[in-house]
Design a protein around this ligand. Structure first.
Ligand code: AMP
Ligand code: TRP
Length: 333
């Protein structure tokens, strides 16, 4: 039996180069070897205010980007979180096992509640519990994410332990985080000390997977670089250049020392021109496929339906076992 992988992305902002390198590119690599569940975290999106029309449109857009990037809906299960009610059902059971102190520690909650100070809602606070439900429903072995999700994964593992202590051992599987060494934290183009984020208000900070070539070129060329002129990987002293080298290395397959050697004696400008081209070539076929997919909503709806059915089958088994274990009376069929 193949091992199970699960991952998702919150449906907010635009999927960025950071999402591609830190997450989706790895999802793609893993899909041959594992039984993969990849989903659109549309319920998680509701933890910050969403214009309903934009949320719906964006959900299609993210789905089309998943497909255009090469995630295969036939051999994997690709679906929308809200289409499988067991996510919110397990969320409740786990919420009742989560000590408040554990949620108080979450750095993403702290950051997001500062950013959205007018809307610090209970959902934002319990966000990691829903994420644990997403993972545990599918008995995932591995969860490929970027570095920023490590703490949420730890909470998920704690919850498996709590559940096991109270209700027994065999129901929820203990998942592992899968975080790649290179590219787990791609930084903002203008401010390389902060993470490239898809909900950044300044769109110069990120490259979106569906930006056109001109835009990509402009954004990479205007990326902040550091004082000095040497092209060298040194995160402490040369955060900007190191970020560009990381992106270059992941997309081209060349190692960082190889790139440093290639650019010895050259200027930052040379690196940026070449990197822009690498990024453009990476996303060009994606954008074409994406445009095609977005023209046919019925097709996307059909694929979402198929994904939800496959996901539902696995999720139902887990939630039934959980309900039984915690002492709820089964409803007669
Ligand atoms: P999010 O954009 O927060 O919904 O994240 C979706 C996935 O992309 C998660 O696995 C993140 O860890 C990953 N991710 C997001 N931003 C970055 C980044 N700047 N560098 C690397 N991975 C990222
Ligand atoms: N919280 C994740 C993010 O924003 C998205 C997500 C939701 C997720 N549920 C998940 C990722 C389950 C992995 C597994 O990046």
């Amino acid at each position: 039996m193949k091992k199970t992988i699960l991952s998702g992305s919150t449906v907010t902002g635009d999927l960025t180069l950071g999402n591609y390198i830190g997450a989706i590119n790895n999802w793609k690599k893993l899909q041959e070897e594992y039984d993969c569940f990849y989903f659109l975290a549309d319920l998680h999106a509701l933890t910050v205010f969403q214009d309903p029309k934009i949320l719906r449109e964006r959900t299609y857009s993210f789905f089309a980007q998943y497909l255009a990037l090469g995630l295969d809906p036939q051999n994997n299960t690709i679906f929308a979180q809200s289409h499988v009610p067991a996510h919110t059902e397990l969320n409740w059971i786990l919420t009742c096992l989560t000590p408040l102190g554990f949620l108080n520690r979450m750095t993403q909650f702290k950051e997001k509640s500062e950013k959205h100070e007018k809307n610090v809602n209970a959902g934002l606070y319990t966000y990691p519990v829903l994420m644990a439900a997403d993972i545990l429903l599918y008995q995932a072995d591995l969860v490929p994410v970027g570095e920023d999700q490590r703490q949420h994964l730890e909470l998920c593992r704690d919850l498996v332990g709590f559940f096991k202590n109270r209700y027994g051992d065999r129901i929820l599987k203990m998942p592992e985080a899968h975080i790649e060494k290179l590219g787990a934290r791609i930084m903002s183009l203008q401010d390389p000390l902060k993470k490239m984020s898809k909900s950044d208000e300044n769109d110069k900070n990120f490259v979106s997977m569906i930006d056109d070539a001109k835009k990509i070129e402009k954004k990479i060329k205007s990326a902040a670089t550091d004082s000095g002129s040497e092209i060298k990987f040194d995160v402490e002293n040369k955060a900007g250049v190191s970020n560009l080298l990381t992106i270059y290395s992941v997309l081209s397959g060349k190692t960082i020392p190889q790139l440093e050697a290639d650019y010895q004696g050259k200027m930052y400008g040379h690196l940026k021109v070449d990197l822009a081209e690498v990024v453009i070539q990476t996303f060009k076929p994606v954008k074409e496929k994406y445009d095609d997919l977005m023209k046919n909503r019925d097709h996307l709806d059909q694929l979402l339906k198929q994904g939800a059915e496959k996901a539902e089958a696995r999720a139902r088994t887990t939630i039934s076992q959980v309900y039984e274990a915690v002492g709820l009376v089964p409803r007669l069929k």
